[in-house]
Design a protein around this ligand. Sequence first.
Ligand SMILES: O=C1O[C@H](COP(=O)(O)O)[C@@H](O)[C@H](O)[C@H]1O
Length: 231
Amino acid sequence: MKNNNEHFFLEQKELIDALSSKIIANLEEAILHKGSASLLVSGGSTPKPLFEKLSSFDIPWEKVKIALCDERWIDKNHKDSNEKLVRDSLLVNFAKKAQFVSMYQENINIEDAQELCSDIYKKELFPLDVLILGMGNDGHTASLFPNNIKLKESLETLNKICICMKPDTAPYERMSLTKTAILSASNIYLHFEGVEKRNVYKKVLEGANSNDMPISAILNQDKKKIEVYYK
Ligand SMILES: O=C1O[C@H](COP(=O)(O)O)[C@@H](O)[C@H](O)[C@H]1O
């Protein structure tokens, strides 16, 4: 493990309180220094309580642009859409003033959308201020899936911001930030909960291969310090 800071909690509430305070402080600092901030979030089942807590902070959300680290290539109103999760749980309360930048693009096939998504992200969101990753029980992060034909490219390319992937082990085609894009963020958090994920994390600390557990490529590198929040 290189250079990372670990924050372990016994209770979810303590974790959410601590992590949300750090994220809000990062956003306020970015707004103070450059007048705006970008917040990149993950989807799945873990972040809902964090999103609800973040939305309750009274900060100048109109100066914040929110977007996803990865998206399932399905309609924005589909129950499994990460965008739907963000709209329902984060873009509420005070945070409803924030601007959401969609990763999912309607009426375009995902292969063709890679360049479009990269252009939109570059124009609207870069440089990235705060980025929160999740982690699956299989060691995937964002939509960088183990043993996938596109994984090597997603971990090695220096030119792409967004890359598409069709997981063999999970539903839906996905669009994901590449490793280079993820590590470009100023403040990077990994948030996971539960015993299965703690076991994955332990294997990563022991040096798991990034082809088997892509989160290893994010945690076992020298470029950026990752703040790991877990319970
Ligand atoms: O499919 C996804 O999975 C990961 C982990 O999700 P969780 O449900 O295990 O919390 C998530 O970080 C990613 O954004 C999502 O698309």
